[in-house]
Design a protein around this ligand. Structure first.
Ligand code: NAP
Ligand code: G4F
Length: 363
C-alpha cells in the first residue's frame, strides 16, 4: 500500500484528491491547521475511514512539517496548501510569500532532512497565474512567465525551487501548472462560486443583487475533480516533468454569469460598459448584476487560455472527454440551488425543495 501526504487537504482540491487516492487504495494522510472554528466540511465524509489520517501542520512552521514527514514517511507528497486567493495576496503579501514560496522550500528541504529524498515523489500545485500579463496565447509549458500579483510571484518561487531540487538533488519533484478549476466545493469568494451562489439566492428571493469586478476577464475553466486525476498521473511518470493542465477553452466572467443565471431560471442580458455595465433580468427588467470597483485588482490577469497538448500526449488526459464548461456551471448551480433551498426556514424549505425536485433541478 502506497502512502500519500496531502498538504491543504481541507481545500477544494485536497478533498477531491484524498477521495481519489483512497479509491486507488492509498493510505492517505492530510495536514490541517488549528483554527477556532473547525472547518472540515469538505472532508467530513472521509473522517473515520481507516486509511484516512489527519495531522496538524502549517507550511509556515518547519518543525510541524518535519514532524509529520518523519511520522508518515510518505511515498508521495502533494503540496496543495497555499494562500490561494489572488486578491487577498495584495492585502497579505508577506503571509502569501511565506506560505506559497518559502513553504514549498520548507517541505522540499524537510523531505531531504528526513532522508526521504530518494523514496518520496513531490507534486507542487503550480498555477496559470505564472503567465500573468500574458506574453503568448494560448499558454503552454514553454510560454514565458510574467507573474502579475504577489500570489503569482510567490508561486513562481515555488515553481523554480521545485526545479532546483529536481536538478540539484535528483529528486522526483514536479509542478502541475493548472489553469482555473472549480466545483461545488469552490471557496465562496472565487468568482465562479460567488456567481453560482448569488444566482441561486437571487432565484430563490434571498438576495437582491450581485456585485462583481472585471466582467471581461477571460479564464480557462475546468472541473476540479477532473484536474486532481492529473496530479496523480504526473507523479506516476517515469521521469519527473512539469505539465500544463487546462480545458483548452476560454470564457469570460460575463459568459459564466449568463449560463449560471440561465440554469437558475433567469435569462440575463448585459447593457452598458466598464463600471456602468449591468446584468439585467430580460423578463422583469430588474438589475441583478452591477460592477463595483471594490472587486478590481491593482493588476489583473485577464487572458488565460491553456494549451494542454503535452498532458494529452504524455498522460493521455484529454479535456474533451472531461466535464465541459456548461456541465461545470450546471453542477455548481444545481448544488447551490439545493444548498440555498435548505437554508430557508420551515414550510418554505419543503415547498422549494419539492419544486426543485419536480423540475429536476435538484436530484
Ligand atoms: P483552497 O481551497 O484555498 O485550499 C487551500 C488549502 O491550503 C486549504 O486546505 C488551506 O487550509 C491550506 N492552507 C492555507 N494556508 C496554509 C498554511 N499556512 N499551512 C498549511 N495549510 C494551509 O485552494 P484550492 O483551490 O484547493 O487549490 C489547491 C492548490 O492549487 C493551491 O496551492 C492553489 O494555489 C493551487 N491552484 C489552484 C487552482 C484553482 O483554480 N483551484 C489553480 C492553480 C493552482 P484551511 O482550510 O485551514 O484554510
Ligand atoms: O475566481 P478568481 O478570484 O480566480 P483567479 O484570480 O483566476 O485565481 C484562481 O485561479 C488561479 C489559476 O489561474 C489559481 F492559481 C488561484 O489559486 C485561484 O484558484 O478570479 C477570476 C477572474 C479575475 O480576473 C478577477 O478579476 O475573475 C475576476 N473577477 C471579476 N469579479 C472577480 C470578481 N474575482 C473575484 N474573486 N471576485 C469578483 O467579484
Amino acid at each position: 500500500m502506497k502512502t500519500a501526504l496531502i498538504t491543504g487537504v481541507t481545500g477544494q482540491d485536497g478533498s477531491f484528491l484524498a477521495e481519489l487516492l483512497l479509491e486507488k487504495g492509498y493510505d492517505v494522510h492530510g495536514t490541517i491547521r488549528r483554527s477556532s472554528v473547525d472547518f472540515r466540511e469538505r472532508i467530513a465524509h472521509l473522517e473515520g475511514k481507516p486509511n484516512f489520517h489527519l495531522h496538524y501542520a502549517d507550511l509556515g512552521d518547519s518543525m510541524s512539517i518535519i514532524q509529520v514527514l518523519n511520522k508518515v514517511k510518505p511515498d508521495e507528497v502533494y503540496n496543495l496548501a497555499a494562500q490561494s486567493h489572488v486578491q487577498v495576496s495584495f492585502d497579505s503579501p508577506e503571509f502569501t510569500a511565506d506560505v506559497d514560496a518559502t513553504g514549498v522550500l520548507r517541505l522540499l528541504e524537510g523531505i531531504r532532512q528526513c532522508g526521504l529524498a530518494d523514496k518520496c515523489r513531490f507534486y507542487q500545485a503550480s498555477t496559470s497565474e505564472l503567465y500573468g500579463k500574458v506574453e503568448e496565447v494560448p499558454q503552454n509549458e514553454d510560454t514565458p512567465f510574467h507573474p502579475y500579483s504577489p500570489y503569482a510571484v510567490a508561486k513562481l518561487y515555488g515553481f523554480w525551487i521545485v526545479k532546483e531540487y529536481r536538478e540539484a538533488y535528483n529528486m522526483y519533484a514536479c509542478s502541475g501548472i493548472l489553469f482555473n478549476h472549480e466545483s461545488e466545493r469552490r471557496g465562496e469568494t472565487f468568482v465562479t462560486r460567488k456567481i453560482t451562489l448569488a444566482a441561486a439566492r437571487i432565484a430563490q428571493g434571498k438576495q437582491e443583487k450581485l456585485y462583481l469586478g472585471n466582467l471581461s476577464s477571460l479564464r480557462d475553466w475546468g472541473y476540479a475533480k477532473d484536474y486532481v486525476e492529473c496530479m496523480w498521473q504526473i507523479l506516476q511518470q517515469e521521469k519527473p516533468e512539469d505539465f500544463v493542465i487546462a480545458s483548452g477553452e476560454q470564457h469570460s466572467v460575463r459568459d459564466f454569469c449568463l449560463l449560471a443565471f440561465r440554469r437558475a431560471g433567469i435569462e440575463l442580458e448585459f447593457k452598458g460598459e466598464g463600471i456602468d455595465e449591468k446584468g439585467i433580468d430580460k423578463n422583469t427588467g430588474r438589475i441583478l448584476i452591477e460592477v463595483s470597483k471594490d472587486f478590481y485588482r491593482p493588476t489583473d490577469v485577464v487572458n488565460l487560455w491553456g494549451d494542454p497538448s503535452k498532458a494529452k500526449r504524455q498522460l493521455g488526459w484529454n479535456p474533451n472527454e472531461k466535464t465541459s464548461f456548461e456541465q461545470l456551471v450546471n453542477i455548481m448551480v444545481d448544488a447551490d440551488m439545493a444548498k440555498v433551498a435548505v437554508e430557508r426556514a420551515g414550510e418554505q424549505v419543503r415547498t422549494n425543495l419539492e419544486e426543485y425536485l419536480e423540475k429536476g433541478i435538484v436530484k
